[in-house]
Design a protein around this ligand. Structure first.
Ligand code: RTP
Ligand code: MG
Length: 152
């Protein structure tokens, strides 16, 4: 389990996104509800149509993989809701809330486990490491990290 090495009392900010399938299915509120009731704070939130350039930056680590082009098309196919989310160990906390990449395998009770069935259209994205969080927040919420993550 990759998160065991996470320091257990770290105040973090992570990047979370309701994907086009989640937005079109009306699941934005459901995702926000689960984030907030966990005790995490939403520092910033926006609904955007992701530009291809932003999608290429977000999914740079997947460039060259078989699903890359389909993923870029999917993520730019309709509005997404992007968030900067803060809290204790926020990166692993949100990853646990959303569940495994494949919604069929994701545990019931997780967002993907409760609301998904397709690997690509899996409702939500969240940063998977501190390095990814910094990089992804830098694409969509420039300045937030340098400003110190703000208050509640
Ligand atoms: P995400 O980045 O969206 O939070 O998802 P993840 O970390 O759980 O999964 P990752 O490996 O980073 O994959 C990014 C997204 O690409 C799509 N995908 N499709 N067809 C496939 O085999 C496949 N594998 C991944 C999914 O939308 C996945 O969330
Ligand atoms: Mg990922």
């Amino acid at each position: 389990m990759i998160f065991l090495s996470t320091p257990n009392n770290l105040e973090e900010v992570t990047f979370v996104m309701v994907k086009p399938d989640g937005v079109s299915r009306g699941l934005t509120g459901e995702v926000i509800l689960r984030i907030e009731r966990k005790g995490l704070k939403i520092l910033a939130l926006n609904k955007i149509n992701m530009a291809r350039g932003q999608a290429e930056l977000l999914y740079l680590p997947h460039k060259g993989k078989s699903f890359y082009e389909g993923l870029i098309s999917f993520i730019t196919s309709g509005p997404v809701v992007i968030m900067a989310v803060k809290g204790r160990n926020a990166i692993s906390a949100v990853r646990n809330l959303i569940g495994s990449t494949d919604p069929v395998i994701a545990s019931p009770g997780s967002i993907r486990g409760d609301f998904g069935l397709q690997v690509q259209e899996n409702v939500v994205h969240a940063s998977s490491s501190p390095e990814d969080a910094k990089r992804e927040l830098g694409i969509f919420f420039k300045g937030l990290i340098n400003e110190g993550g703000g208050d509640s």
